[in-house]
Design a protein around this ligand. Structure first.
Ligand code: PSU
Ligand code: MN
Length: 304
């Protein structure tokens, strides 16, 4: 086994017994939400996964160790340290591990570590993608490359329109990543159920999600699968409110000259501030919704 990887005993036992396990990321804790809601949400997500028949494995880098499965104390530590923890995407893993440092895993690194541990299904809020203006900045999240080659299913609520959703779909098509709408033919846009863009396939049940991903793995295609699960109607936000906040946050980001790995955390935090906490409440609800679908899908996959 990988000498940098630690699989928590409960997760290791579940994997050895062929029981369902769901991976969770840690950047959403440290950089995606404020303390203490981040810790509360992370612990609730773990509970929801258990209630739906799977074992949760929150993934992070602690003291240079790749961790699949955190304790409640470790989740609290990540939540409290927040943005002071290094946001770790693929290019950060080697140096952080060699130096024995901590890192919060993005979608890309959570997929990598989940795959190392043998976990196939991962639940989160939103993925990184092609940023608006990427035709000049070339700011394209490493999450998309990872979806192109690491065989993990990512259950999310679509992507926020801080990104260029059309270009994000084009990129995923080029990389051969199936984009599935869970119960919908329209790509959800995180806070809203509609985006105006169509997904590749609509799938309506966890069993059918599991069957599609099983086929992809069984034929050795490699690569991930993106499941986009719309935010429940009662928690979705008015499109005008959220789009106005996003446009303003992007303008401020450009004025301040923020770029690189700071862009996404800046935009997420600024949108939350501008919408006075409403967006945080929606964000928390959609993560719970994704955790449930991922757990049911992992349970269905374990039967195949
Ligand atoms: N989008 C969200 N919430 C998040 C993120 C993105 O709606 O928490 C985080 C995830 O960890 C994602 C990362 O993998 O930001 C992408 O960062 P970047 O755009 O720098 O690749
Ligand atoms: Mn980027």
């Amino acid at each position: 086994m990988n000498k940098y990887l630690d699989i928590n005993p409960e997760v290791a036992a579940a994997l050895a017994a062929g029981k369902p396990v769901v991976a969770l990321e840690s950047t959403i804790i440290s950089h995606g939400m404020p303390y203490p809601q981040n810790v509360e949400t992370a612990l609730n997500v773990e509970r929801i996964i258990r209630e739906n028949g799977a074992v949760p494995a929150t993934i992070a880098i602690i003291g240079g160790r790749l961790k699949a499965g955190l304790t409640a104390e470790e989740i609290e530590y990540f939540g409290k340290k927040g943005q002071a923890i290094t946001k770790a995407s693929r290019r950060d893993l080697a140096v952080l591990c060699a130096r024995g440092e901590d890192g919060a895993t993005t979608v890309a690194t959570t997929m990598i570590i989940a795959h190392m541990a043998g976990i196939r299904i991962f639940a989160t809020g939103g993925i990184g993608g092609v940023h608006r203006g990427a035709e000049t900045t070339m700011d394209i999240s490493a999450d998309l490359e990872e979806l192109g080659h690491t065989p993990v299913m990512v259950v999310c609520a679509g992507a926020k329109s801080i990104l260029d959703l059309g270009l994000t779909l084009e990129y995923l098509e080029t990389k051969g990543v199936p984009v599935i709408g869970y119960g919908t033919q329209e790509l959800p846009a995180f806070y809203t159920r509609q985006s105006g863009f169509s997904v590749d396939y609509r799938i309506d049940t966890p069993e059918d999600l599991a069957a599609a991903f099983f086929a992809q793995n069984a034929m050795g295609l490699g690569g991930g699968m993106l499941v986009t699960n719309p935010i429940p109607e009662e928690y979705s936000m008015p499109a005008e409110t959220i789009n106005a906040a996003i446009d303003r946050a992007i303008a401020e980001c450009n004025e301040k000259g923020i770029h690189g790995k700071q862009t996404t955390p800046f935009l997420l935090a600024r949108v939350a501030e501008l919408t006075g906490g409403d967006s945080l409440a929606s964000n928390i609800r959609l993560v719970y919704n994704n955790a449930k679908v991922a757990a049911l899908t992992a349970a269905a996959y374990a039967k195949l």
